[in-house]
Design a protein. Structure first.
Length: 351
C-alpha cells in the first residue's frame, strides 16, 4: 500500500530543480516520488514549451514507476509550482486511515486513436489497474489526474497521407477531444457511467461527466500519464480529501461547501485541484461573457485566470492547481474540484 505525503513547492521557472532540495529537507528522495503534478507559466496551448521543459527536467530524475503531469498556464494570480506526491508508508500514531496514491503510464496511443473510443478504453483500463493496485473501490477515489497526448501538425499530415481521418484537423481542437476521451474513460472506471453512455457522450453529449476527473493534454507525450488519489484504511496518515464540482466559473458556494467540510474536520487545506472552462453557452448566470469571442487570448486562459483568482483567495495563496479545458470534467461551464487537507496531530490536540 502506498501511503503518501504531499509537498507543494513554488518554482522560479519550468527548469527549477530546487524542489529536489525540498524533498531532501523533508526526509525524502526522488526515488520516493509517485507523481509530480505541476503548473508552468506557458500559454497552456499546443505550443506551450514550458510543459516540455519541465518534463525534460523531471522525467530523467524520477522512478520509472512515477509519472509527471504538467499543466501550462498561470494566468492572473496563479503561481508556478509543483505538487510532489511522495511515497510515505509510515503509520502515524492516532490515524486509522489516510490518503494513498498510485501512478501508471498507459500504452502508447496511435494518433488515429486520440480522442476516440480506443482512448476511452485505454484510460478506463489503466485506472482500473490502479484501483486494483491500491486495493480501493471507486467510492474511495477523490481524484484521477491524467496527462494525455494531442495531435500535432505532423501527425495530422501523416494521418491524411495514410488515408486515415484524425479526430480533428486543428491541433488545438485535438486537445479538447483528447481531454474528453480521457475524462470519459475515468468516468467508466469509477462507475459514473457505463461504456455505451461514455461513447455516446464522446459523440456530443456534454451532460455526462466526472466530478473526480482532471485531464490535460500536451505534445510532450504519446501515452497517458495517470495518477489516482484515494482514501484507504490500509494507510495511516493525516491527509484526507473531499471532492465535488463547480456549476460555473463563479460558483463560490460549491467551493465553500467543500471548505466547510474541511473546517468541520479541523483540517488545514494543503492543495486544491480544479478544472475550469468558458461556459459553452456564452453566458454565466444570464450575463454574456466574452471568453469565447476573444481573438487575442484563448478561452482556456481566461477561464484559468477567473477560477484561479477565486480559489487563490479562498486558499490564501496562488499556488493552486487550476487546469483549463473541462470537457466531461464537471458540468458544462463548470469543473471538477478536489481539496486535499491535513488533519491535526491527535496527540497534540488531545483527541
Amino acid at each position: 500500500m502506498t501511503g503518501i505525503a504531499l509537498l507543494t513547492v513554488p518554482t522560479t521557472d519550468p527548469g527549477d530543480t530546487r524542489p529536489f532540495d525540498i524533498l531532501a529537507e523533508n526526509g525524502h528522495s526522488a526515488d520516493d516520488l509517485v507523481s509530480v503534478i505541476g503548473k508552468t507559466e506557458g500559454n497552456g496551448c499546443v505550443n506551450d514549451f514550458s510543459r516540455t521543459l519541465a518534463a525534460a527536467i523531471w522525467e530523467p530524475r524520477i522512478p520509472a514507476s512515477a509519472v509527471t503531469v504538467f499543466s501550462g498556464g498561470t494566468e492572473g494570480v496563479l503561481s508556478p509550482h509543483v505538487n510532489l506526491f511522495v511515497r510515505d508508508d509510515r503509520r502515524h500514531a492516532g490515524f486509522d486511515r489516510g490518503l494513498v496514491a498510485a501512478a501508471r503510464r498507459s500504452r502508447v496511443l496511435e494518433p488515429v486513436e486520440i480522442g476516440r473510443e480506443a482512448q476511452v478504453d485505454t484510460v478506463a483500463e489503466t485506472v482500473g489497474k490502479l484501483l486494483a493496485e491500491l486495493g480501493v473501490t471507486p467510492a474511495d477515489v477523490h481524484l484521477v489526474l491524467v496527462k494525455c497526448p494531442l495531435l500535432t501538425s505532423d501527425t495530422i499530415a501523416a494521418l491524411h497521407a495514410a488515408g486515415a481521418v484524425p479526430v480533428a484537423t486543428d491541433t488545438y481542437a485535438s486537445m479538447g477531444h483528447s481531454r474528453a476521451a480521457s475524462s470519459l474513460g475515468i468516468a467508466v472506471a469509477l462507475g459514473e457511467c457505463d461504456r455505451e453512455t461514455a461513447l455516446r457522450a464522446l459523440a456530443g453529449d456534454a451532460d455526462v461527466w466526472s466530478a473526480r476527473a482532471s485531464a490535460s493534454s500536451g505534445a510532450e507525450l504519446d501515452d497517458c500519464h495517470i495518477l489516482v488519489v484515494a482514501e484507504s484504511p490500509t494507510a495511516a496518515n493525516p491527509l484526507r480529501a473531499v471532492h465535488g464540482h463547480m456549476a460555473d466559473a463563479i460558483d463560490l458556494a460549491a467551493v465553500q461547501q467543500l471548505l466547510s467540510q474541511v473546517a468541520d474536520a479541523g483540517g488545514t487545506v494543503r492543495q486544491i485541484f480544479a478544472k475550469a472552462e468558458a461556459d459553452p453557452q456564452g453566458a454565466i448566470r444570464g450575463f454574456r461573457h466574452t471568453m469565447l469571442t476573444d481573438s487575442d487570448i484563448n478561452a482556456t486562459r481566461h477561464a484559468r485566470g477567473a477560477v484561479g483568482g477565486l480559489l487563490a483567495a479562498l486558499k490564501g495563496d496562488g499556488a493552486v492547481y487550476v487546469s483549463g479545458g473541462a470537457e466531461h470534467q464537471g458540468p458544462p461551464g463548470g469543473g471538477s474540484i478536489t481539496v486535499i487537507y491535513e488533519l491535526p496531530d491527535p496527540e497534540r490536540t488531545g483527541a
